[in-house]
Design a protein around this ligand. Structure first.
Ligand SMILES: *Cc1c(COP(=O)(O)O)cnc(C)c1O
Length: 416
């Protein structure tokens, strides 16, 4: 029921989906001039190696040895067949998941935190800034910078900073320093958009500092493709020719891209993005150029967006709250290569509990969006009597999100 690959099978090159997209990507625009941004515009924030990856059309990009050495602390991750969930559902579908919760930070995010810290180190950058919501990305980057001996300053959405201390403690354990955002307005609950503004401002105004983003950008999705590449090999070990459908939850699009992008060239494989009904970027957003942050300091990206000042309703507990999405994911959805769906949080937590009571592990609320869609696909396969092969990304564990489970179990979670 589990397929493990040896350490030596961590992919040695990342898969670049750009040559396989249904339409060319539209370039990011400079926030002032609205002209396409060049490498020089990005150089104050990112190392040249990552800027090159951001615009690369090469089909494969080598993973440096020093990055492989760190990834091997937990990769390859297991491919697991959720046979007890299949049994509980009485479905003929075969459900497989890639278990990204086994990383040190407990999610897929270190897959990009490690190369981002490394390429900065290579250019002599000893200090990074970033934003974090509940702390998943901040903890991944603090883990990575600790291993390369760099400083990390994390701007954390104030509401989470006040309510969710444990991820802050993880970040501090790895040597990071964490402050609530927005820094200049102690009454404001903050959002990912305000935290990005704070982190970008810090990096742009200091010579010794670069900025690091945990999702959305092309190079982030590129780094995450180790997930799908390993999954392909493991599915073959399990005797499957291909998945009929690949499912991932979508906040900024990185874990979804990581598992789905290597399957884009195969037209037989259906791709599905799952998002919260209270932050419905792909299903209800407008497709247009918008800023990545609230203050309008980042380049404009061509994407589905709810508007850069969007803040999800305060009752929303399940993460995935970014106003935009990765331009690569938006391109696939816009041109019909990927489908998107949205669920209210009550149905998401019901799926999470059903998973925990059959498979045992407690998924992150974000991951549970994917699980909701997996269960619905498996039930549809039962109706059709079709042994569909479903692959999904188990993007992280929920052991630091138990207050949201508590609210669900005791009737305090409401749907907007
Ligand atoms: C951050 C996070 C997500 C959402 O981010 P994406 O970039 O859309 O992947 C999903 N699941 C977990 C566990 C996360 O930590």
């Amino acid at each position: 029921m589990r397929w493990n690959l040896p350490n030596s099978r961590v992919p040695e090159a990342w898969f670049n989906v750009v040559p396989h997209l249904p339409a060319p990507l539209e370039p990011p625009l400079h926030p002032g001039t609205r002209e396409p941004v060049g490498p020089d515009d990005l150089a104050p924030l990112f190392p040249m190696a990552l800027i090159a990856q951001e615009v690369s059309a090469d089909p494969w990009i080598d993973v440096p040895g020093a990055v492989l050495d760190v990834l091997k602390l937990w990769r390859p991750t297991p491919l697991v067949r959720a046979s007890r969930l299949e049994e509980a559902l009485g479905t003929p579908a075969r459900i497989y998941y890639k278990d990204e919760s086994v990383s040190p930070a407990g999610s897929h995010k270190p897959n990009t935190a490690v190369p981002q810290a490394f390429f900065n180190k290579l250019e002599g950058v000893e200090r990074l800034t970033t934003e974090t919501g509940a702390g998943q990305w901040g903890s991944a980057l603090c883990f990575a910078t600790a291993l390369f001996g760099q400083e990390c300053k994390v701007y954390m959405v104030r509401a989470s900073y006040n309510q969710k201390p444990y991820r802050r403690v993880m970040m501090e354990t790895w040597g990071g320093s964490v402050v609530p955002s927005p820094v200049d307005d102690p009454e404001h609950p903050g959002s990912l958009g305000t935290a990005i503004s704070d982190a970008v401002r810090d990096a742009a105004t200091r010579e010794d500092t670069h900025y690091s983003l945990g999702s959305v950008l092309n190079h982030v999705l590129l780094h995450q493709t180790v997930i799908g590449l390993e999954a392909k090999e493991q599915l073959a070990m399990a005797g499957e020719e291909r998945p009929d459908i690949v499912i991932g939850c979508c906040g900024g699009g990185s874990n979804l891209g990581g598992i789905a992008l290597p399957f884009v060239p195969d037209p037989e494989v259906e791709l599905l993005a799952v998002e919260p009904a209270s932050c419905p970027t792909l299903t209800e957003g407008r497709y247009e150029y918008d800023f990545g942050d609230t203050a309008g300091m980042t380049p404009l990206l061509s994407m589905y967006t709810l508007g850069h000042d969007f803040i999800p309703p305060s009752i929303h507990a399940g993460g995935l709250r970014y106003h935009g999405d990765a331009p690569i994911i938006c391109n696939l959805v816009k041109h019909g290569r990927m489908r998107a769906t949205a669920y209210p949080q009550g149905k998401v937590f019901e799926a999470a509990v059903q998973f925990a009571r059959s498979q045992g592990t407690i998924p992150a609320p974000e991951t549970s969006h994917a699980i909701r869609a997996v269960i619905d696909e498996a039930l549809a396969a039962k109706e059709d009597g079709r042994p569909k092969v479903i692959l999904f990304n188990y993007s992280g564990h929920g052991l630091l999100d138990l207050s949201a489970y508590d609210d669900h179990l005791h009737g305090r979670l409401i749907d907007a």
